[in-house]
Design a binder for this molecule. Sequence first.
Ligand SMILES: [Zn+2]
Length: 212
Amino acid sequence: MFIELVDALRCPVAHEESWLVASADRMEARHIVEGTLGCPVCRAEYPIHRGVVDFRRESPRRLPPRTAPDPEQAMRLAAFLDLSDASGFAVLVGARGAHAPLVRAQVDTPLVLIDPPEDVEGEPGISVLRCDGELPLAAGAARGVAIDGGSPERVASAVRATRATGRVVAPASTPLPDGVREIARDDTDWVGEREPLPSPVVTLHVRRAARG
Ligand SMILES: [Zn+2]
């Protein structure tokens, strides 16, 4: 796991959003190969083994079947997610992760794979996470997220993890979630844009101050 990704990871336990503390037993280049992520709020510890961070606390979910990397799928993902530069990182969820090495062959954007097929491993520029349901990412951390379906909770967490105006890609059969504006669709996928977040908290504070 790429060390700089730690800033974007969050404890998946239901409590106030908390960053995690990384301890590395073995590093290669700037990747943690063996180590632990610890939560300072609930004291949960998440192991990093062979570069893969494991956030699972329930019985492991079924991973998508092995899929041969497909150049056309990789090209679609790079275009749909608008991976035109190396800033930030993009997330590929589930079976989409199979195409990650071919995406990286086309673009410089670092990729984070969540629950890819079992045989997909991390490499420079590609980090692998496994989790239960909701994605263990800070709100707005990713420049774009491509999901392969999943529960409404998982879809909602993917939207939450995408920065404002970032791209969300999902199978055509997935209902368009709240907070996403559809910009393109074909028989296989839709491409949406994360709507800018409203800032009601600021407005409330101003009103209260004015009243007092
Ligand atoms: Zn925690």
